[in-house]
Write a protein that binds this ligand. Structure first.
Ligand SMILES: [Fe+2]
Ligand SMILES: [Fe+2]
Length: 243
């Protein structure tokens, strides 16, 4: 399978594969820099597809960092396959993610990041934000590219289908619709609404991203802060207390 590769921000590439059995896209992102960074490995069974996308941009053996938001197969299931083909590649995860999952799962030690810690790729600076239970998982976190103001959104702003790579309007509506519909399916409750959910979403919005790199669905370019505040409002209305 050949993935669809699109540059969504300078030196930031979306590697997209549509999975008809799920009815959704799985999007990985590569930041091309001195120390190349891959956001999500994709599913283990999609490894060759993801690798083909990476190979169209860099020599996969030169991959240095693999970031993921939380421990699930689409986010990091192919981690050890990547370790095998990229000898310098190291996983980046939260302190919880490292202690609870990664240390046992990964074939090589990863690097645990504290809240607010920065990783330099060369030209790009990535800041890690620990966000327990957003979008889900005790270990969850977000990576924000401060250089290009790209937020790697993981499952936040999820929307199904095989939509266009990049949109400049309508992301909040899509996310809201998917959130509402999702509550009617057996896959409901993917995002727990906790006492800190709203504050976490608003902290992400305050980064004022220019690009939202969405794992399942179109990426968005525009006023990312306003979009995330819209998603926070939708989440409060659909998932919050008193809904
Ligand atoms: Fe997830
Ligand atoms: Fe995901």
């Amino acid at each position: 399978m050949t993935p669809n590769v699109t540059e969504i921000a300078p030196d930031t590439f979306r590697i997209s594969a549509f999975a008809p059995d799920y009815g959704i896209q799985f999007n990985q992102f590569l930041v091309r820099d001195d120390e190349p960074f891959l956001m999500h490995t994709g599913l283990k069974r999609m490894f060759e597809t993801t690798r083909a996308g990476v190979r169209s941009l860099i020599d996969p053996a030169t991959l240095r960092w693999i970031g993921y938001s939380h421990f699930e197969p689409d986010e990091c299931g192919a981690l050890n396959e990547w370790m095998a083909v990229a000898p310098r590649a190291q996983a980046l995860t939260s302190i919880v993610g490292s202690m609870v999952m990664l240390q046992d799962f990964a074939d090589r030690p990863g690097r645990a990041l504290g809240d607010g810690e920065v990783v330099s790729l060369g030209r790009h600076r990535l800041r890690f934000l620990a966000t327990p239970h957003v979008p889900h998982g005790w270990d969850a976190g977000f990576f924000f590219d401060e250089t290009e103001r790209t937020l790697f959104c993981s499952d936040l702003c999820f929307h199904p289908g095989d939509p266009e790579p990049l949109i400049e309007a309508g992301i909040v509506e899509r996310a809201r619709e998917a959130m509402a519909f999702g509550q009617t399916t057996p896959l409901a409750n993917d995002m727990p609404y906790t006492a800190t959910t709203d504050a976490t979403l608003r902290r992400l919005a305050a980064l004022e991203p220019k690009t939202l790199a969405v794992m399942h669905g179109s990426s968005y370019r525009g006023d990312g802060g306003a979009a995330l505040r819209g998603v926070a409002e939708a989440a409060a209305a659909l998932l919050g207390p008193g809904r």
